[in-house]
Design a protein around this ligand. Sequence first.
Ligand code: HEC
Ligand code: HEC
Length: 175
Amino acid sequence: MKLPSNRFRRGRVPLLPIALVGLGLIAASCAPPVNIAAVPQAVNGCDAPTEDELVPEAPMLPGRNCLVCHSPDGQASRRVWTAAGTVYANADDKCNQGLAGVKVEIADATRKILITLTTNRSGNFFTSEPIDFRGVIARVSKDGKFKEMQGAMINAYCPECHYPGGIAPGRIFLN
Ligand code: HEC
Ligand code: HEC
């Protein structure tokens, strides 16, 4: 007698997704404005953003320090990232030249992978997964190319160190 009851439930399920899509639209229409001028510390040597780069979606503002806004006190406090950034082919590439399809891994000191992300069309990656930062390392790879950050990170605010003139030798890159 399980089959009829499954069918019955399947018939009722669509109501929930429809309700969630409705909520999503309401949430999207309430997205706070993106004001890069208000946070010069997020600019990271990038050119002034295009209209497209200011749209509050995943490819936004490549190369900038996402975490300045995506933090509890920032403009995007509803979307706090634990790790985020942009990957390039070269250490001194322009911000809008990010590399898509790069695998970004955060691993613990024993090289056990904790989080795997893939860069999107603007080269951005981000996560809100909790990360235990004690002794973590970062790796990037694509098409047989591979780079690993040897020093352990204290956080995964990658663009805070990775920009031309930053603590790290330029942007996160894979060449
Ligand atoms: C100048 C501030 C600022 C910077 C810098 C910034 N963002 Fe955003 N971002 C926002 C705001 C504001 C929103 C809208 C948040 C909301 O809807 O509550 C947003 C939304 C997003 C969203 C959509 C979230 C969702 O679930 O709707 C993603 C993904 C995102 N940003 C990723 C990034 C990444 C990756 C970076 C860095 C490469 C970045 N952002 C840099 C301000 C910023
Ligand atoms: C506290 C500053 C800091 C943070 C945060 C940081 N890095 Fe780094 N990164 C460095 C420094 C310094 C180097 C160069 C020395 C080394 O390899 O450890 C480096 C090197 C690298 C390299 C290797 C570059 C090469 O040419 O071999 C990669 C890849 C990298 N980082 C990725 C990342 C990613 C991804 C994140 C975020 C998850 C991140 N880094 C966060 C400072 C930082």
